[in-house]
Design a protein around this ligand. Structure first.
Ligand code: ADE
Length: 237
């Protein structure tokens, strides 16, 4: 079933076995423009840009996920199921729930907790926690150590809601469920990987802190995520 409704690549070979997924299409372009060689664009449907190239001579793809679980749910499913992709590594931003996490700190999401119905509706999954791939996580931890980049391995919250009327709710989610930060995609990505027998991981950079009120501008975010990108790019095969 390729091309798929949302990806226009005409054959599997256009996409590498490992795909990095930022939320923002322009971040996918930024990575392709600044870090990859021999780049070929394979998707522009809905401006969800996707590229394949090489990093240090090894092949890798980068494609945007859009924001939220419905969006990453569609793109990761099509890449895994129809394009033969084996590994998806989300590289995103998150809001920290604890004052100890500083802006630009890097988090590896060992598991995602969510109140979302995504996994239940998609495949009857009843729990509210889904783990990322231990194999990918082990590799990412090793790479980060080799590069000398500190990472926090922790449980994160995947939320369907960015603007909550009850702002203070984050404290309960932090204290009751042990989540150190919030983003909006990992739970659905991890679920799709699980049901399709594939691998997914999620690296995050802290872009704002709900506990301290610190935040970055969108312009700062565009360029400041280099540490996370360098770790993820080393997964090229
Ligand atoms: N991604 C970055 N910051 C976030 C926040 N505060 N809530 C949800 N997702 C985020």
């Amino acid at each position: 079933m390729i091309p798929t409704p949302h990806i226009e690549a005409k054959n599997k070979e256009e996409i590498a076995k490992t795909v990095l997924m930022p939320g923002d299409p322009l971040r996918a372009k930024f990575i392709a423009d600044n870090f990859l060689e021999d780049v070929k664009q394979f998707n522009s449907v809905r401006n969800v840009l996707g590229y394949t190239g090489t990093y240090k001579g090894r092949r890798i793809s980068v494609m945007a996920s859009g924001m939220g679980m419905p969006s990453i749910g569609i793109y990761s499913y099509e890449l895994f199921k129809f394009y033969g992709v084996e590994n998806i590594i989300r590289i995103g931003s998150c809001g920290a729930y604890t004052p100890e996490l500083k802006l630009y700190d890097v988090i590896l999401a060992k598991e995602a907790w969510s109140e979302s119905t995504y996994a239940k509706v998609q495949g009857g999954y009843q729990r509210d926690v889904i783990e990322g791939s231990p194999e990918l996580n082990e590799k990412l931890i090793k790479i980060a150590a080799e590069l000398g980049i500190p990472i926090n391995v922790a449980r994160i919250h995947s939320s369907d809601v960015f603007y909550r009327e009850n702002f203070e709710q984050y404290k309960e989610i932090r204290d009751k469920y042990g989540c150190v930060a919030v983003e909006m995609e990992a739970f659905a990505l991890f679920h799709n990987a699980k049901v399709l027998g594939k691998n997914a991981a999620c690296l995050l950079t802290v872009s704002d802190n709900l506990a301290t009120g610190e935040e970055t501008t969108s312009q700062e975010r565009q360029n400041a995520f280099t540490n996370m990108m360098k770790i993820a790019l080393e997964m090229a095969e």
